[in-house]
Ligand binder design. Sequence first.
Ligand SMILES: [Fe+2]
Length: 207
Amino acid sequence: MLYIYSAMPTHLIGRSVFGNPANAGRLMPLEEAHLLLNEWVPNERLRLHMKQVAAVMKAWAIEKEGADEKTALKWELAGLLHDADWEKYPNDHCRIIIEELERREIDPELIHCIASHGPKYFGVEPENTMDKMIYAFDELSGFIHAAALIRPTRYEGLDAKSILKKLKTASFAAQVSRDDINDALSRIDTSLEDLITFIIEHQKQIN
Ligand SMILES: [Fe+2]
C-alpha cells in the first residue's frame, strides 16, 4: 500500500506458522470479505487498493496458474484482506487480521499469504507462488494507481514504459520502496515490464 510503509515501523509477527491445518480449503464468501472491509476500512482509497490487488491476484491465478474457481477465490481473498487491519490498527498491522482469520477458521495458506506480503516488515518469508505474487503486486499496484491518478486520461493509454520511467524518478511516490519492488521481483520469473503491463490491464477497471 502506497502510504503504508513510509513511516511504518517493523511489525515482526514472531511466528511463521498460521492457522490450523484442519481448516485447509476453508474460505469465506466474497460478500463476507466485503462486509469485513466495509466495517474495518472506512478509508475509500485503502479499500480501493485492496480491491485492485484482489483483481490482479485473481486474474493471475486464473490466467497464469490455471487455478480452479476455489483457488482463484483464495488468491482474490488474500488481495482483498491483506491490509484490512491497517487503518484501525496501524501499530498491529497484519497481526490483527491474521488473528481474525484464524478465529474464523480460514485456510492456513490464505493467512500465510497475508502474513508474508511484506517480509521485511512482518518477518514472514513468502513461500508459495501466491505469497510471492501478493508481495510482487502490492507496492507496484499502488504505485501504478498513483501514476494513473495524475494523468488527465487516468489509465487510458498508460503503459509499462511510463511506469518504468516513474520508478526511476526517485521523487515520484518517494515513499514507495523500490528496494521492496526489486526484492519481490527477484523471487519470481516475470520481468518488471510484464508485471506492470499485467497490473495495468487488470486493475484499470477497478476504480
Ligand atoms: Fe497493500
